[in-house]
Write a protein that binds this ligand. Structure first.
Ligand SMILES: [Zn+2]
Ligand SMILES: [Zn+2]
Length: 267
């Protein structure tokens, strides 16, 4: 069985002491592909370096973006640099970008226009968008509807709403627009029955696996640094939730992830 961790932040300092070990454990757990997500210009080169060095024999790709936490850093220069970098073959997506209205974030008036500009860039570059949405579902949906008024015709997904934690109705709205849903550690938390109900309703054809390492550890390692080897635990819980054998879920999630990050038409 092979797994694709579609969302990890392995350039994070927390992996500096033992990154090679982390990747070795990932490989042992069956993770063969990772998309490294770079949250801002300061991380873009590190993400590209990971892709080029492919440590641990893993197939790396990357997404370059500007996380909503850094929305105030947006400028015409950042946008131009993103467009230039996004043309590199290692860069399979624009992200993460999005909206985060949790306490302590930049105000909506700052975040929303930045998100729209970045989403517009992703569309113009014909790259999938990796979207972060926290306590901002109505605005996220409004932006997606505005920029992507119809479902994709030459590929399966316009992008992914990563770390999906909403309800069945929200899952259906996102999938209906042509976006995949990213499933990570929270699906394993006992209290998240509502999330599991939503994912079951969405079904295996729109779900991809991710860890968001070093964040969002699954139930067995809560409170600790997360790493890509957690993917099988997340996959097992998702398979149980959907009532599928683990092998079938793993295959579906791999197919979806390859389709999500591929620029080849017709899949
Ligand atoms: Zn995020
Ligand atoms: Zn992330």
């Amino acid at each position: 069985m092979e797994f694709f961790d579609t969302h990890a932040h392995l350039a994070d300092d927390r992996f500096s002491p033992d990154r090679d070990e982390v990747l070795r454990r990932a490989r042992e757990a069956g993770v063969t592909r990772i998309t490294e997500i770079a949250d801002g210009p300061a991380e873009w080169e590190l993400a590209l370096k990971l892709c080029r060095q492919a440590p641990g024999g893993l197939a790396f790709s990357c997404a370059l973006g500007l996380h909503p936490y850094h929305a105030a850093d947006f400028s015409a220069e950042v946008l131009a640099a993103l467009k230039a970098h996004a043309r590199l073959p290692e860069v399979v997506a624009v992200g993460e970008i999005g909206l985060d209205y949790a306490k302590g974030s930049a105000p909506r008036e700052v975040q929303f226009p930045v998100f729209e500009a970045l989403l517009d860039a992703a569309r113009a570059l014909e790259k999938p968008a990796v979207i972060h949405c926290r306590e901002a579902f109505p605005d996220t949906l409004a932006a997606l509807r505005n920029l992507y008024p119809s479902r994709p015709k030459t590929r399966r997904f316009w992008g992914v709403v990563h770390c999906f934690t909403g309800d069945a109705e929200q899952a259906a709205e996102i999938a209906g627009l042509g976006f995949a849903l990213g499933v990570d550690g929270p699906v394993t938390y006992p209290k998240n029955e509502g999330l599991r109900t939503a994912l079951k309703a969405a079904g295996p054809s729109v779900l991809v696996l991710e860890t968001d390492s070093p964040f969002l550890p699954p139930q067995s390692s809560r409170g600790q640094r997360n790493e890509p080897r957690a993917i099988p635990e997340i996959a097992a819980k998702l398979a149980e939730t959907l009532g599928l054998p683990l092998e079938d879920l793993a295959r579906a999630a791999m197919d979806n992830a390859l389709a999500l990050f591929s620029q080849r038409p017709g899949i």
